[in-house]
Write a protein that binds this ligand. Sequence first.
Ligand code: NDP
Ligand SMILES: O=C1O[C@H](COP(=O)(O)O)[C@@H](O)[C@H](O)[C@H]1O
Length: 633
Amino acid sequence: MVTLYSTHCSSSSKAAASNSSIGFYNYHNNLPISSRKFGSQKISLTPICNAIRMQDVACVLFLNKRSFYEPRVSRKQRPYLPKVEVRFAYTLPSPNLTCGITLGAVVAPPSKIENKTPLKKLKDGILSVRPPEEQKDTFDFDSNKDKSTVSITVVGASGDLAKKKIFPALFALYYEGFLPEHFTIFGYARSKMTDTELRNMVSKTLTCRIDKRENCGEKMEEFLERCFYHSGQYDSQENFAELDKRLKEHEAGRFPNRLFYLSIPPNIFINAVRCASLSASSAHGWTRVIVEKPFGRDCESSAALTRSLKQYLKEDQIFRIDHYLGKELVENLSVLRFSNLIFEPLWSRQYIRNVQFIFSEDFGTEGRGGYFDHYGIIRDIMQNHLLQILALFAMETPVSLDAEDIRNEKVKVLRSMRPLQLDDVVVGQYKSHTKGGTTYSGYTDDKTVPKDSLTPTFAAAALFIDNARWDGVPFLMKAGKALHTRSAEIRVQFRHVPGNLYNKNFGSYLDQATNELVIRVQPDEAIYLKINNKVPGLGMRLDASNLNLLYSARYSKEIPDAYERLLLDAIEGERRLFIRSDELDAAWSLFTPVLKELEQKKIVPENYPYGSRGPIGAHYLAARYKVRWGDLA
Ligand SMILES: NC(=O)C1=CN([C@@H]2O[C@H](COP(=O)(O)OP(=O)(O)OC[C@H]3O[C@@H](n4cnc5c(N)ncnc54)[C@H](OP(=O)(O)O)[C@@H]3O)[C@@H](O)[C@H]2O)C=CC1
Ligand SMILES: O=C1O[C@H](COP(=O)(O)O)[C@@H](O)[C@H](O)[C@H]1O
């Protein structure tokens, strides 16, 4: 049952409101339940809403026959949440009319919600950013109420990320039935391509899951038929208006929602957003924009980017992607911690000695040297991926799983952290190395990288959270390219057991006898806990063994790629895994001073051979805090 408990709507203009009405629709079948016309300056909708008690309600507000607003039954109503509050407040594009509606919902039995198709979850109402005067078309909601559509435009479709990640993720969602019934995918870039050429390009990177090969070819054909291409400049409103025209042809009178994925270099983000929002945003439905990193390269440039984006978009239209937040084990971090009694009580300085976030790749910056040299590993990996994981790891219990509640807690952690000090950073750069007759090029051997580049391809750092829970606990980060292995892990090293009866069995290896919880994000996703155990036999010999939850052994389902989850969330309007602007500001504040110092002082990175374990300085840094890197134990 859903109970709407508080709504209000006020207008400062009689004329603007004279043709207006509010309608309630059954969420499941979109049939009208009730509607009310209003033309007065002020209208209280509370009595209407209180009178309506039913399974699920969708509510659409019409102003001068335009529909602006559709509250959703969102993923907040997943089974683990027995009670949901949905709040909406927004400004209508009309300058003299504002309206806010607050809904409080008590949710229907969870199974019903879960059984919904994703399309039915698509009930978020984001206003178009297009100026009102450009919203010429009116939408006849009565005859189209059961028909909405999502148009996904991949801006920069000819690029590496689009081919490698975005199109395959969209196909996986399609294959699994997660895309809405009506959807269209457009590639947009400057390269000249026909629809068929785009389809050929995309088809080369599509794969079916190992566990689901049924009708794979057929599904690919169906998917590709819904992919189109439009060639245009990123700074041309005219070209985006042409795209708009083509999108409209495919939307064919359906309720149009539009998602733009900016898969382009950052220097053209703003032009593309300006043109897309002014010439190709949805007139009636929502318009959302996924923005890829890098979100600036320091506090100032990031704030400037946010300011520019907000000239054309509202914060809730901006989906800043950090694909590490979409990884299965990062998503599981909160589940592990907040739904297992054995972990949460241990999650503090009292029991945890240090936490390590380790990222390594066994390949260099090949092909991306130009981009990388401008950013370096601290900006590329630490300031975003590792810091986001740290914030999730260390945050206090959020009030709910609502996006804002989670992001509020993450911001608090970031704001409680000390900006990184130069003394607490070690930087490195890989050099060429020959192994087994093969020579692996060094970073500066790349033609797109200046020979005298000081850009770090490796960094280790010690960070601290100055709050009651984490006071004095080192949070160590290590990230590097061209190392000996590819992996991403979170390692939680616990304190010694006080007065351990078995200390003598460990001899001088007391450190190695502490418990360690490892969350292996990739590859071979796993969670394991290192415990001390008696080696079977008549003696009393102890060893460290793992209680091991290896995903591939436990779950037969293939783990979805991070981009699948994030794209689906963006389509559904779920913001939990996207970065809010204040989180971003807080993240940059931690790293900007040290990044500037490294550059101003021209700190020379320590060399390490391609394929090695990185510079020795990382060990000294850890040792300063009496820590051993867990991945080396
Ligand atoms: N590739 C990756 O693994 C990752 C990428 N990212 C981010 O995603 C975004 C896209 O990355 P990626 O696909 O690698 O980028 P690309 O360099 O491949 O660029 C994407 C497309 O943008 C256009 N483009 C490239 N350079 C310029 C330019 N100087 N001026 C105008 N247009 C240009 C090209 O299309 P055309 O010429 O046809 O217009 C190109 O195909 C970037 O912001 C990147 O930082 C983030 C994480 C990982
Ligand atoms: O954002 C980035 O991530 C990739 C690593 O992503 P993964 O999912 O393959 O682990 C990294 O290679 C790239 O430099 C960086 O920009």
